[in-house]
Design a protein around this ligand. Structure first.
Ligand SMILES: Cc1cc2nc3c(=O)[nH]c(=O)nc-3n(C[C@H](O)[C@H](O)[C@H](O)COP(=O)(O)OP(=O)(O)OC[C@H]3O[C@@H](n4cnc5c(N)ncnc54)[C@H](O)[C@@H]3O)c2cc1C
Length: 379
């Protein structure tokens, strides 16, 4: 029976980053991936945004470390992460002004760049209807990466130092045994000293297959794309905080979306075209120029958020289950946290505790304690 030190379940951006950091520590790492290729889950469906503009310290720091790594990909991995600092602009409504000013202070304390812009300054970046907007916050180092390229670069580097990528190898069952976990896959049996659940929207199901419940559920999310539009040129990622509508430029087009609060959990497939109208209504109220945009249906897409009860990830060791580690539940912001999560999961396994970022606020135990992380910048 093949034996590895660590089995990573899922070859998305999170599993790939963890695999690289674990292999770098000299561990034998096997990646079990159900699909035919890596990066086919949410990693292939994201809007690719990365930002330090969060309201909770742990989220700011996970993004800070990750963006640093994406920026330095050529030196670290001899690869291009596709990082482009196009900036994130949050349009802050009056009733959120105090909270967002507090977040700006927190971000400054944590050493990341963000600033308040008045509406005139913000309108130099994007034309918007000012009604109800107190001011904007701007993160000049926020931007986009290429999640597929990042995933492939981590996996390539990890395989060069001995990690094994097992494609079309779905984890069917995992049982705790002396010294680790025995796993049954669609292909064979294998044993590992530790398991990292990095199965994205399927993480709850993976936990069930290991005999326990994890509060992570899949929710379908849509990204819409316009046809060519002059306004798309140079657009940053803009979030209308009041409605949750976001957009950004994608070459000559505008990509936009908004989470449907009434979407039920589950693996529902395909585009929900019924959600286009409420999304556009929110968008055109703030960005009237969107009325001139045609929609490119074929360039629009959908994917799954992996959502936890407080819309923040669950990281680190699973209490009561020796050798089981969570890197799950990113609730729509896993791309921007992945690089740092790779490091903290490797530290948790090799050093006993995450060091790069203190992940205590994101541990599973918060739910048992009835607590939740009250992050405001969930898009
Ligand atoms: C529409 C949309 C927009 C988004 N926009 C952003 C954004 O702008 N910025 C951002 O940071 N994040 C964004 N996200 C979220 C981001 O895409 C995810 O948080 C991130 O990709 C999660 O990566 P992952 O590796 O955890 O999961 P995934 O990429 O989903 O990978 C999980 C892998 O596990 C595999 N797997 C599942 N079950 C098993 C099993 N039993 N055995 C073996 N393998 C298994 C799957 O096949 C899959 O490859 C967005 C998501 C969506 C859907």
């Amino acid at each position: 029976m093949p034996v590895c030190d660590v089995a990573v379940i899922g070859a998305g951006i999170v599993g790939a980053a963890a695999t690289f950091r674990l292999a770098e520590q000299g561990l034998r790492v096997c990646v079990l991936e159900a699909a035919k290729a890596p990066a086919t889950g949410a990693t292939a469906r994201s809007a690719a945004g990365v930002r330090v503009q969060f309201t909770e310290a742990v989220n700011v720091l996970l993004s800070k470390e990750s963006i640093w790594e994406y920026r330095h990909f050529p030196e670290i991995l001899d690869a291009d992460s596709g990082y482009k600092p196009i900036g994130y602009l949050f349009l802050v409504p009056e009733d959120e002004a105090q909270a967002y000013r507090q977040a700006l202070r927190l971000q400054a304390e944590l050493g990341v760049r963000s600033q308040e812009l008045d509406n005139n300054q913000a309108r130099e970046l994007v034309d918007f209807a000012e009604e109800g907007i107190a001011f904007a916050t701007w993160g000049p180092d926020d931007g986009v990466i290429d999640p597929h390229a990042v995933t492939m670069a981590y996996l390539r580097a990890a395989r060069e130092i001995g990690a094994e990528l097992l494609l079309e190898t779905e984890l069917l069952e995992a049982r705790a045994v002396s010294g680790g976990w025995r796993m049954t896959t669609g292909r064979s049996e294998l044993e590992a000293g530790a398991v990292v659940n990095a199965a994205g929207a399927w993480a709850g199901e993976v936990a069930r297959r290991a005999g326990f419940e994890l509060p992570v559920e899949p929710y379908r999310r849509m990204v819409f794309m316009t046809g060519p539009l002059p306004e798309a040129e140079g657009l940053p990622l803009v979030v209308d905080v009041a409605s949750g509508f976001y957009l950004r430029g994608e070459q000559q087009r505008v990509l936009f979306g908004r989470s449907n609060p009434n979407e039920p959990p589950g693996f529902r497939e395909g585009m929900d075209w019924g959600w286009l109208e409420p999304t556009l209504e929110a968008g055109m109220g703030r960005f009237p120029w969107l009325e001139r945009a045609g929609l490119d249906q074929r360039a629009s897409w959908w994917g799954y958020y992996a959502i936890t009860p407080d819309h923040n990830p669950i990281l680190g060791r699973m209490p009561g289950l020796a050798g089981w580690y969570n890197a799950v539940g990113f609730s729509g912001h896993g791309v921007q946290h992945a690089a740092a999560v790779g490091r903290v999961i490797a530290e948790e396994i090799t050093e006993g505790r995450a060091r790069t970022v203190n992940i205590d606020p994101l541990r599973y135990e918060r739910f048992a304690a009835g607590a939740a992380l009250s992050e405001r910048n969930i898009v």
